[in-house]
Design a protein around this ligand. Structure first.
Ligand SMILES: [Zn+2]
Length: 252
């Protein structure tokens, strides 16, 4: 028997009364858990709902021909994120963030400690409703990519070592920033212009401790630039268009 804590990021019915849940855990990445009787009211109903963080007791079954599966033995909710279910904007953003995590798993990341912490923090603020969902979305998009191995080098221009100038350029393909004098590909599809405040905020998102990650305020104008950049960074690395993002955009 294995005991794990994790956040449920996806669920699907299996047969008439069972369901399969996908759970983000620190130690084992995203795992698939089979819940017997999961579509009916059972003792595990609360702890196996979508977007609930729970403690699970699991049995591991390895099918030599297939992927590793877990069977749920018992579960207990730790954090329900109850308010997410009462608001369509919060709910649709949570669905998009869960999609990003599910997609990131396909890239073969197994240690998801930082990703789980980031997700729980983001869900905490989204649930409470005290931060702009657009800001939470941008922070999550950029930091998620940083945490799974795509943190760009934001320290200085690699050619002349300039740390700051009025205009710098993030080259998403190369994973570095260049100054105005050194950048030769300013109109490139994945080259984004950074003014001082945009560079400051992406340095903050990429490099600050999680405890202080959400403790900044940015203007609506800067948020628009940040949204454009973080969505572009997701597009560049995931090469995927997410229906959940389209739905979120259709209501915001
Ligand atoms: Zn330079």
């Amino acid at each position: 028997m294995i005991t794990l804590k994790g956040l449920i990021i996806r669920e699907a019915p299996k047969g008439e009364s069972n369901k399969l849940i996908h759970v983000l855990t620190a130690e084992r990445g995203v795992i698939s858990v089979y819940v017997r009787g999961g579509m009916k009211s059972t003792k595990n109903a609360a702890a196996t709902q979508l977007y609930v963080y729970s403690k699970f007791c699991l049995e591991k079954t390895v099918d030599p021909k297939g992927p590793i599966f877990y069977y749920l033995n018992s579960s207990e909710p730790e954090e329900m994120f109850y308010e997410l279910r009462l608001d369509v904007v919060k709910m649709s953003l949570a669905a998009y963030l869960a999609d990003l995590i599910y997609y990131a798993r396909i890239e073969g990341v197994s240690d998801m400690t930082e990703v789980l912490r980031l997700t729980l923090n983001t869900f905490y603020f989204l649930n409470r409703g005290q931060k702009d969902p657009e800001f939470l979305k941008s922070v999550f998009e950029f930091r998620l990519l940083c945490d799974i191995g795509f943190r760009p080098d934001l320290l200085c221009c690699p050619k002349c070592y300039k740390y700051l100038s009025d205009k710098m350029y993030l080259n998403m393909a190369e994973g570095y920033i260049e100054c105005e004098d050194c950048c030769t590909d300013k109109d490139g599809m994945y080259v984004y212009e950074l003014d001082r405040s945009l560079l400051h905020v992406i340095r903050h998102i990429a490099l600050t401790d999680l405890e202080r990650l959400f403790a900044v305020k940015i203007s609506a104008k800067l948020q628009l630039k940040l949204t454009n950049l973080t969505e572009g960074y997701i597009r560049y690395h995931f090469r995927e268009s997410f229906d959940t993002l389209k739905f979120y955009r259709s209501i915001t």
